[in-house]
Write a protein that binds this ligand. Structure first.
Ligand code: SF4
Ligand code: SF4
Ligand code: SF4
Length: 267
């Protein structure tokens, strides 16, 4: 565990954006609680709040939003890592590569041309990837965007010299606690709650909408295979299952193999 604060000192915080919609930053910048932090922390770099921010400054905690989608961003995340004691990946883009990496197995130049044609750009683009592909990430805030309570929990825990816990159970746990009817079992809808990290209080199923997995798969125990088997029994084809599961998990190394196995076994 890295200690970030001596009682007499203010903690230095940086918030950095890679390729993203800026939704995670906006979520946190709009929080009144950020103002209450100011007697305990100095915000050294956060371009959304302070135009004169300097990304070369050393910080105790670096929050990084967005996927690594250009060569320049590869260098930027390495620089942030060198200057930060603790790096936190913020949101699905930073943690999982985001929806922009959904079709990652397609040839990149072909994808680029589909969207941008022959347009000239100033940067060197590449397939969107998670921050962890390039640097060590110490903690992850899941979601698109993450919940405000998760941000406060992580930051508050670090400020008192402790370490935040990871969430290792799925959305279904919160869904059952809320007493929602199960969209997967009772209505046959392709809900991804069984493999998705909890923390959103099962927001979508509570409104009768099947989860699309925006918080990403539960670390190390993603049940892609058992959910694929259930969806197969309900008549979904392998391609349909993979397409849905990949929206927020395209870079998960287990996904494809676990789903393929279900169809190879004829289970
Ligand atoms: S995780 Fe979602 S809200 Fe955050 S930057 Fe990416 S797309 Fe935007
Ligand atoms: S509706 Fe979805 S999240 Fe809720 S219990 Fe059923 S499968 Fe899980
Ligand atoms: S229910 Fe699923 S899609 Fe909806 S907010 Fe939660 S994790 Fe995201």
């Amino acid at each position: 565990m890295t200690e970030v604060r001596r009682m007499s000192e203010k903690v230095k915080i940086g918030f950095y954006a890679l390729t993203s919609c800026y939704g995670c930053q906006l979520q946190f910048a709009m929080m009144d609680e950020v103002l209450q932090l100011l007697d305990k922390a100095n915000i050294e770099c956060w371009f959304m709040l302070e135009r004169g921010s300097d990304e070369d400054k050393e910080v105790d905690i670096a929050f990084i939003e967005g996927s690594v989608s250009t060569q320049e961003e590869v260098e930027l995340v390495k620089k942030i890592r060198e200057k930060a004691k603790i790096v936190i990946a913020v949101g699905s883009c930073a943690v999982h590569g985001g929806v922009q990496s959904w079709d990652k197995d397609k040839e990149f130049n072909e994808l680029w041309k589909t969207v941008y044609g022959d347009a000239h750009v100033k940067f060197e683009p590449k397939m969107a990837e998670p921050v962890e592909k390039y640097i060590k990430v110490d903690y992850k805030l899941y979601g698109c965007p993450p919940e405000k309570k998760d941000f406060l929990y992580a930051l508050g825990t670090l400020l008192i010299g402790s370490w935040p816990e990871d969430i290792d159970y799925p959305v279904c746990v919160e869904c059952r606690l809320r007493g929602n009817p199960c969209l997967l079992i009772e209505k046959g809808e392709p809900c991804l709650g069984p493999l998705t990290v909890a923390g959103c209080d099962a927001r979508c199923p509570a409104f009768n909408i099947a989860c699309i997995g925006c918080r990403g798969a539960v670390k190390d125990v993603a049940w892609f295979d058992s959910l694929a088997l259930e969806l197969k029994k309900k008549g979904l084809k392998k391609e349909e299952i993979l397409e849905r599961m990949k929206i927020f998990n395209a870079h998960n190394p287990k996904l494809e193999g676990m789903v393929n196995k279900i169809f190879e076994e004829g289970g």
